[in-house]
Design a protein around this ligand. Structure first.
Ligand code: PMP
Length: 401
């Protein structure tokens, strides 16, 4: 159907408010230098934090995986689509993050929906009720998981543990689940996981940590990149109600996600996580490539050190020069620059494109109204000179704005 359909007025409205979403077509592999719609650009938009997405070692591993297992899995995991590569990957990931077991999902979105909906169940035959407590800036996939779960939803202000404590104390629910991003996807700041865990323990609540942006990037003292739990020195073995979600399409450079937890919780997810049960198994070649990816993450201390250096340089280069725009307080590769108004953020993103730089503008409803921003993401694949170019162009654009 063409013009005048049920949606034309709504689309016109989005267009008028600078909220219409569009895509750009990338003609090369993921990396700092890409060709987009026929033009070479320097990109600061991917979540390929370690620069693994097009790493020849991973490409070779994917090809080898295809030689062994073919391309498609042919069925869902519980029928006949669970391959040796999937299984080995789950064992490897569980051990890597220090959990008893793990389940490999096709995406982080599916992992969060599957885990949350399953975790609030398990009270069949009882009078139990469930409540999920969620940070107001949590990712859309957590929000959708809560909605689908049918549990009572309690949203607490961003990082406000005092309020969360009050909500937990007041809740009569027999199953309580707190869900949080570990690294908030649009702000780059960290959730205080040790304090959250302590609160959950006090109220017998489960804690689901979505470490989409921390897995592979953050690490503990030995810097193996196991993610936010290691960053905080948390020993998962001591927390039986802790559920960890890591995604594999960002720092790990491939696709998919995993939920890691106690053996019992993972066995429960296998019974009840519908986004795992009722979908075709992810191509096993991806699991094969991901086994290599975990090795590269584990040995990736120098990539992480370079990335940290780039983060420090970006912040030190931008902060003193900024007058109207504001750099969010973030120590991670997600470095948002708050512009404020939607149209202005779009105009700056376009000016950057005109200068050959690709930085996405993020607008409501992804972020709160009035906080439209440029979401700069850095990767270990960037060079110091590329980051300096971004700093120079941004400061010049702000001067002209
Ligand atoms: N959680 C967070 C915090 C995310 O940022 C994302 C991806 N944008 C997801 C989950 C979903 O992961 P995936 O892209 O693998 O579906």
């Amino acid at each position: 159907m063409s013009g005048g359909s049920d949606f034309s007025a709504a689309l016109d409205d989005l267009r008028a408010r600078a909220l219409l979403r569009t895509r750009r077509i990338v003609e090369t592999a993921c990396g700092p230098e890409v060709v987009v719609d026929g033009r070479p650009l320097l990109a600061f938009c991917s979540n390929d934090y370690l620069g693994l997405a097009a790493d020849p070692q991973l490409v070779a591993a994917a090809k080898q995986g295809a030689d062994i297992h073919g391309v498609g899995s042919g069925a869902s995991h519980l029928i006949s689509g669970h391959y040796a590569a999937h299984h080995r990957l789950e064992e490897r990931l569980a051990a890597f993050v220090g959990m008893e077991a793990a389940l490999f999902f096709s995406t982080g979105y599916m992992a969060n929906i599957g885990a949350i909906t399953a975790l609030v169940q398990g009270m069949e035959g009882t009078e139990g009720t469930a409540a999920v407590f969620s940070d107001e800036l949590n990712h859309a996939s957590l929000i959708d998981g809560i909605r689908l779960s049918g549990a009572e939803k309690r949203i607490y202000p961003h990082l406000d543990l005092a309020r969360l404590s009050e909500l937990l104390a007041a809740s009569p629910a027999s199953r309580k689940l707190v869900v949080t991003d570990a690294v908030f996807s649009m702000d780059g700041d960290l959730a205080p996981l040790p304090e959250l865990l302590a609160l959950c323990e006090r109220f017998d609540a489960y804690l689901l940590v979505d470490d989409a942006h921390g897995f592979g990037v953050l690490g503990g003292g030995d810097d193996r990149g196991q993610g936010s739990l290691a960053h905080y020195g948390i020993d998962p073995a001591r927390h039986p109600r802790l559920v960890y979600v890591g995604t594999l399409g960002k720092a790990a450079g491939v696709a998919g996600a995993f939920v890691a937890a106690s053996e019992e919780i993972i066995t429960w997810l296998l019974q009840r996580a519908r986004t795992y049960i009722y979908t075709t198994g992810t191509p096993p070649l991806l699991a094969h490539a991901l086994l290599r990816s975990v090795e590269l993450i584990e040995q990736g201390a120098s990539r992480r050190a370079h990335l940290q250096d780039l983060i420090d340089r970006l912040r030190q280069g931008l902060r003193p020069g900024l007058r109207r725009w504001r750099l969010v307080d973030s120590t991670t590769p997600i470095q948002p620059l708050i512009i404020g108004e939607n149209g202005e953020a779009m105009r700056i993103a376009q000016a950057l494109l005109d200068a050959g730089l690709w930085v996405p503008a993020i607008r409501p409803p992804t972020v709160p109204a009035g906080s439209a921003r440029l979401r700069i993401t850095l990767s270990a694949a960037h060079t110091v000179a590329q980051v300096q170019t971004l700093i120079d162009v941004l400061l010049e654009l702000e001067r002209q704005a």
